[in-house]
Design a protein around this ligand. Sequence first.
Ligand code: NAP
Length: 203
Amino acid sequence: MTKAQRIGIMGGTFDPIHFGHLVTAEHAREAFKLDRVIFMPAGVPVMKKGRGVSDKEDRFHMVELATKQNPHFCVSRMELDRPGDTYTYDTLKELKGIYPDAKLFFITGADAIIDVLTWKNAEGIGKYASFIAATRPGYDIDEAEKKFKQVNFPVEICYLEIPALAISSSYMRDRVRAGNSIRYLTDAKVASYIHKHKLYRKH
Ligand code: NAP
């Protein structure tokens, strides 16, 4: 009998991708014995409409550049090519259709997951995947767990502390805007892409 595949889905806006994201995916892969991690750049993040998110193709290319050295990583265009708003429920349902026997783990920032109760079909998400919530040092896990227990939320959520998540996309964007270096915060090819395409220069 073949062993069921364990697949991580790394969901995020990735505007831009940085070493915090890459370390998160690698540590989740190791800690949860994942066979691979699919990076899933969000198409139109519902909570970010009208907030000037960068072009989806730029975000996709940066994720591709940052992940191609790791044989366990790949990038999906599923959310980018799906018309309309991006909902994690739709993505996980579609992935479960493609990989019916696999165990799916949705990996993202704990600050995003804390709002999962407001997501589309929040209660239904648990039948497709477990969640891995990446936290920065000092994150109050007890507070988050209390919130989910209160409503008896039927989704398995595991926490993974990632010191490298002190880096954030907004910190990167602010540095570029101020004309400061982003060297050593992300893959050198991503930094070159940002400079070449003049991303994050304006407010
Ligand atoms: P966000 O609100 O921009 O991010 C919240 C925090 O989590 C930020 O500190 C962010 O840091 C961090 N983060 C985001 N993605 C991460 C990742 N993959 N690994 C580690 N840290 C991460 O979150 P978002 O990017 O919009 O959404 C995250 C995921 O949740 C996406 O896949 C999105 O589609 C999904 N989501 C779904 C719904 C829904 O279905 N209704 C609603 C909201 C979000 P950085 O800024 O440095 O990334």
